[in-house]
Design a protein around this ligand. Structure first.
Ligand SMILES: *[C@@H]1O[C@H](CO)[C@@H](O)[C@H](O)[C@H]1NC(C)=O
Ligand SMILES: *[C@@H]1O[C@H](CO)[C@@H](O)[C@H](O)[C@H]1NC(C)=O
Ligand SMILES: *[C@@H]1O[C@H](CO)[C@@H](O)[C@H](O)[C@H]1NC(C)=O
Ligand SMILES: *[C@@H]1O[C@H](CO)[C@@H](O)[C@H](O)[C@H]1NC(C)=O
Length: 449
């Protein structure tokens, strides 16, 4: 009981304390696109026109008007504005013709141009944890009304007041129906997404989305979890990541270096190569090459033997970013073996501790962040053990560098090829985004096609 209470409370505390590891900023371009497509997908105005014309429902809607039909619904024009602290103010301008038989038996036609306005408040759904829009204060504003009835003040007044009474009930559900379509596009946002078979990433919200004058911002505290269930915490530093200045209007996604570091921890084991591993290639060099750097090798190996290397990664890889350049730091050990005759285990010659810096080149493919690396520098190399006596490890710098470039980096890139999942929302096609490495973060500028 106490334990389960802790699970709840500790979870809550951990949730509240977490710094965001990813930020999403949605500008007007994306919101417009989303609402417009939701409007088209929902066919909402056509549906409402049909509903209004249904003798069972709409037919009774306007008193004194029978056989009512709604036709010629005008292509709606949607205008959106951000309301700071609230969400979006939405105005749908449209028009239609309402026809029917008046109580006098004559054909009546009303041409009405109207605006439907509402405030779409953005919240966080308590159950699913995803962002959700809810409309408030829907109103119908009559912009223009024309009828084929005699232009008579009393009739005008009657038509006007009837429309004012009837139209909100007819039109406001349209706003809600469209929001259902917009909200649907957030539904998979907080689902865990796989990173290879090693684990998952879940884009959990840090707090409810916030609205400013130029965008909606969603802060994420991503949950990175190994397949066995263990959580990989994001190294927090007290400082939350921030968008670079000067691009407030654009839609952007920011991924912090600490978040990418946590994700790469999922791949740590895959970055190791063992001697039995198919990925370990026999080096083109032999003990004879090595003898050029370490004279002792010449004594032990008169005949050249193929060389093999085992790579162990001692710490989770770490990603760092400076404007325009991102590195992956790998701390590991390289153990060199000489192959022996069939059936005999290769003989360990020496083991070196290394710290290597790989430059990361980012791209996006199929809504996943792709990384490809190239060797930037061998930051340290020290001898940990040796079965062939003392030697100067610095003599091996060139040899090791060459090995890393030709044999090990391809292994790393192969592992990274799985890509890291990006937040799945609003049918954003990350394929079109521009990528920028800034201080401590990667920024994707999101574009609509
Ligand atoms: C109706 O909406 C349009 C587009 O937003 C706007 O230009 C117009 O002023 C509105 N009309 C009224 C009467 O509110
Ligand atoms: C959400 O995921 C389900 C199941 O994978 C899928 O069928 C659905 O299309 C997804 N929804 C969106 C909006 O991507
Ligand atoms: C900690 O924060 C400072 C200031 O933002 C930053 O420059 C530094 O890189 C961060 N350190 C780590 C380990 O993330
Ligand atoms: C992404 O862009 C590439 C090249 O620009 C293109 O080949 C690929 O089909 C695109 N993928 C998607 C899902 O749009």
């Amino acid at each position: 009981m106490q334990w389960s209470l802790c699970l709840v409370l500790c979870g809550l505390l951990a949730g509240t304390q977490a710094d965001p590891g990813a930020l999403l900023r949605l500008g007007m371009d994306i919101m417009n696109h989303e609402v417009q497509t939701a409007m088209e997908e929902s066919h909402i105005l056509e549906k409402m026109a049909a509903e209004a014309s249904n003798p069972q429902t709409g037919g009774k809607a306007i008193k004194g008007l029978s056989n009512m039909k709604v036709k010629d619904v005008l292509e709606p024009v949607i205008t959106l504005n951000f309301v700071p602290g609230v969400g979006i103010f939405q105005c749908v301008s449209t028009g239609m013709t309402i026809t029917g038989k008046s109580f006098t038996g004559g054909n009546m036609e009303i041409n009405v141009v109207l605006n439907i306005t509402a405030t779409d408040r953005i919240l966080q759904d308590e159950e699913t944890g995803t962002p959700v829009f809810r409309s408030e204060g829907c109103e119908v504003i009559l912009v223009n009304v024309k009828t084929n009835l005699p232009n008579n003040k009393a009739i005008n007044k009657f038509v006007d007041s009837t429309l004012r009474k009837v139209l909100p009930g007819l039109m406001c559900p349209a706003i809600d129906a469209v929001l259902v379509y917009v909200n649907k596009k957030w539904t998979n946002l907080t689902d865990p997404m796989p990173v290879d078979r090693m684990g998952t990433v879940k884009y959990a919200l840090t707090s409810p989305p916030a609205t400013t004058a130029s965008h909606i911002q969603v802060d994420f505290s991503p949950v990175v979890q190994l397949q066995e269930g263990q959580l990989i915490p994001l190294a927090t530093n007290g400082s939350s990541p921030e968008f670079p200045e000067g691009s407030a209007k654009d839609s952007q996604l920011l991924l912090s270096d600490t978040f990418l570091t946590a994700e790469l921890a999922l791949l740590q084991k895959s970055l190791e190569v063992n001697l039995k591993d198919k990925r370990v290639r026999k080096l083109s060099q032999t003990t004879r090459t090595l003898a050029g750097f370490i004279p002792q090798v010449a004594k032990s190996y008169h005949k050249p033997k193929p060389l093999l290397i085992k790579v162990k990664i001692n710490k989770p890889p770490k990603v760092t970013m400076k404007a325009g350049k991102s590195l992956m730091h790998l701390h590991g050990s390289l153990e060199m073996f000489a192959a022996r005759r069939h059936g005999k285990h290769p003989k360990s010659l020496f083991r070196l501790e290394t710290h290597i810096g790989l430059e990361i080149h980012y791209s996006v493919h199929e809504n996943r962040l792709q990384m490809a690396t190239s060797l930037d520098s061998l930051l340290s190399l020290s001898r940990e053990s040796s079965s062939i006596g003392d030697f100067q490890e610095t003599a091996l710098t060139g040899f090791i560098t060459d090995y890393l470039q030709k044999a090990y980096i391809p292994v790393v890139n192969d592992v990274l090829h799985v890509g890291l999942p990006l937040p799945d929302l609003l049918a954003i096609d990350y394929n079109l985004s521009e990528l920028d490495v800034v201080e401590d973060a990667l920024v994707l500028s999101l574009k609509m096609e």
